[in-house]
Design a protein around this ligand. Structure first.
Ligand code: ZN
Length: 77
C-alpha cells in the first residue's frame, strides 16, 4: 500500500514480482505503426501488456486494468 504504487495503480509483476511501469513507443525508435502506442511492462523481466493507442486520452487506465487483471489470473496469451 505504498503511495508511489497507488499513484500509478499498477500491481507487481505476476511473473517475477518486480515493479511495473508505463512505457511508450517513441516514434523513430521503432518503425511505423506502433508510434505513440503505450504499454505497461515489468522493469525486471520485461513482461508487458499489448499496445494501446491513447486515442481517448485514457490509455493508462486501460493499460492499468489490463495489467492488474493479469496479475489476478495470469494466463498470458
Ligand atoms: Zn516481471
Amino acid at each position: 500500500m505504498s503511495e508511489d504504487r497507488e499513484k500509478l495503480g499498477l500491481s507487481l509483476c505476476p511473473f517475477c514480482g518486480g515493479a511495473a511501469r508505463f512505457g511508450k513507443c517513441v516514434p523513430g525508435e521503432q518503425e511505423g505503426e506502433n508510434d505513440g502506442a503505450e504499454y505497461v511492462e515489468c522493469c525486471d523481466c520485461g513482461a508487458s501488456t499489448c499496445l494501446v493507442f491513447p486515442l481517448m486520452d485514457s490509455a493508462k487506465q486501460v493499460l492499468r486494468d489490463m495489467w492488474n487483471r493479469r496479475t489476478d489470473a495470469s494466463h498470458a496469451r
